[in-house]
Design a protein around this ligand. Structure first.
Ligand SMILES: Cc1ncc(COP(=O)(O)O)c(C=O)c1O
Length: 474
């Protein structure tokens, strides 16, 4: 399959065209702008918006894009503008054939033998090692399985237990000195719910803190901090290196939720000294609906990582079936029970689309695409109609653009009817996710043009209908 991909994507390899479409890498270091901006802010490095020439520019940018041919690897209709890969990534075309083989041969013919002969038993660590380079982790630290929610529990309780182990606390009388868990106050809800439970399980006080305030809030009472790398609603990218350094300086552990950054931008877990991390694989990693999540436990913590869900799959000798639990070494310690093999193998197959692609290349195109989309929105949509929630500064932007307007439900419903698929976060946020492996500049231009038409129509009709939740996914 990888050979096939190389053939089909000739010219899309690593090291070519590092900064697609002129997204200045230097812009990363500029002073961030304000977040919620009335109107759509000027983007970094973008020329002043004009009315004409945007479609022609889009065509030229697509022609020069080293990742453009990757789109052929995905099952997308020619006319579709799919801007919802931040919720559910598109299907790589080769996955159905691989899954047909898994079902017919590995399950249908080999049956139980496939646990060994088809590599089912070792799939969680093997696939973890394929995700590892995409999040800047050396091999042996990432394991795949369970949902992100479940992994948040493992990581956060595991982090608090590590804090106790390092402090030698929490065992013989008296309460722990590090009696607080800090949680991202703007978090995706599941992390907040689970953090609350983790706090109860570990006898800690949960303190909600905005990610930017973590360096001031973290201190000698903090056991662990849970932060989202990219805000699911606004697309704001948080300062992972800075926050992690502050947390570690305070002697606490940093746990990151990478759902909206894995596969979208460089994360550099090892280089930034992150302690634990979780992320999903059904967004920018295109693993499919309900694809298993991943858990990263830094190598330096693995020997003391004490999972709150010590199932038989993480036992040192799982087939001995002993009553007492003894944890295995390494990444497998993050496993719980029997893995969801079909989803897991679909994910493994889907990861082939990354062969020969560097995350830096994807990031450069993502910034160029979101800059260009915002430029088109500015050119086409009358000022004041939409408010941009996504920061203009590259250093603070993930791979999505969030625009708000009071009639967002009706606007998104009509966009989808016209083949521009984003999603709605109630009550008033339009989300547009840009997956550089299959979204191009012409898609961005068309999305902005149709958005302008729809905004005008809905305003003219005074329509606020369309209150359906457009997507069940997040
Ligand atoms: C940031 C973030 N964290 C956690 C989750 C929950 O993931 P899951 O439903 O796989 O548990 C999501 C889902 O989209 C998410 O966006």
């Amino acid at each position: 399959m990888s050979e096939l991909l190389h053939d089909e994507t000739e010219g899309a390899g690593t090291g070519r065209g590092g900064t697609a479409a002129g997204a200045g890498a230097d812009a990363e270091t500029r002073v961030p702008g304000a977040a919620a901006t009335e109107g759509v802010p000027a983007t970094e490095g973008a020329p002043a918006a004009g009315d004409g020439g945007l479609a022609a520019r889009a065509a030229a940018l697509d022609a020069a894009d080293p990742l453009a041919k990757r789109r052929e690897l995905f099952a997308l209709d020619d006319g579709a503008v799919y801007l919802d890969g931040n919720s559910l990534g598109a299907l790589p075309r080769h996955v159905p054939a691989r899954m047909a083989h898994v079902i017919a041969h590995e399950w249908g013919e080999l049956r139980i033998r496939s646990w060994g002969e088809s590599g089912w038993w070792t799939a969680p660590e093997r696939i973890g090692d394929r995700i590892a380079p995409l999040v800047g982790a050396a091999p042996g630290q990432v394991v795949v399985g369970d949902s992100t929610s479940v992994n948040v529990l493992k990581a956060l309780v595991g982090a608090v237990r590590l804090a106790d182990a390092y402090a030698g606390e929490g065992r013989d009388g008296g309460g722990p000195v590090r009696d607080e868990i800090l949680v991202d106050a703007t978090t995706f809800p599941t992390d907040g719910y689970i953090a609350e439970s983790a706090a109860r399980m570990t006898g800690r006080r949960l303190v909600p803190v905005a990610p930017g305030d973590v360096p001031d809030a973290v201190g000698p009472r903090t056991a662990a901090v849970l932060v989202n790398h990219v805000d699911y609603r606004t697309g704001r990218l948080h300062d992972l290196p800075g926050v992690t350094a502050a947390v570690r300086d305070a002697g606490a552990l940093a746990v990151w939720d990478l759902c909206h950054s894995a596969g979208a931008l460089p994360v550099d877990l090892d280089a930034n000294g992150v302690d634990l991390a979780v992320g999903c694989t059904y967004k920018y990693l295109n693993g499919g609906p309900g694809a298993p999540a991943f858990l990263y436990v830094a190598e330096r913590h693995q020997a003391r990582f004490d999972s709150p869900l010590p199932g038989w799959n993480s036992h040192a000798d799982p087939f001995a079936m002993t009553p007492g639990y003894a944890a295995v070494d390494g990444a497998r310690r993050g496993r719980v029970g029997t893995p969801d093999i079909l989803s897991m193998l679909a994910l493994e197959s889907a990861l082939d689309v990354w062969d020969g692609v560097a995350v830096g290349e994807v990031r450069a195109k993502s910034l160029a695409l979101t800059d260009f989309f915002l430029e088109c929105v500015r050119a086409y949509v009358p000022e004041g109609r939409l408010t941009c929630l996504t920061p203009a500064a590259h250093a603070e932007r993930g791979s999505q653009v969030a625009l708000s307007c009071p009639d967002a439900p009706a606007v998104m419903e009509r966009l989808i009817e016209r083949g521009v698929v984003g999603d709605l976060r109630r009550p008033d946020v339009l989300r547009f996710g840009f997956t550089p492996l299959y979204v191009g500049y012409a898609d961005a231009e068309r999305a902005a043009r149709v958005l302008a038409e729809v905004c005008a129509e809905v305003a003219a009709e005074g329509s606020t209908e369309g209150s359906t939740e457009v997507s069940a996914a997040r």
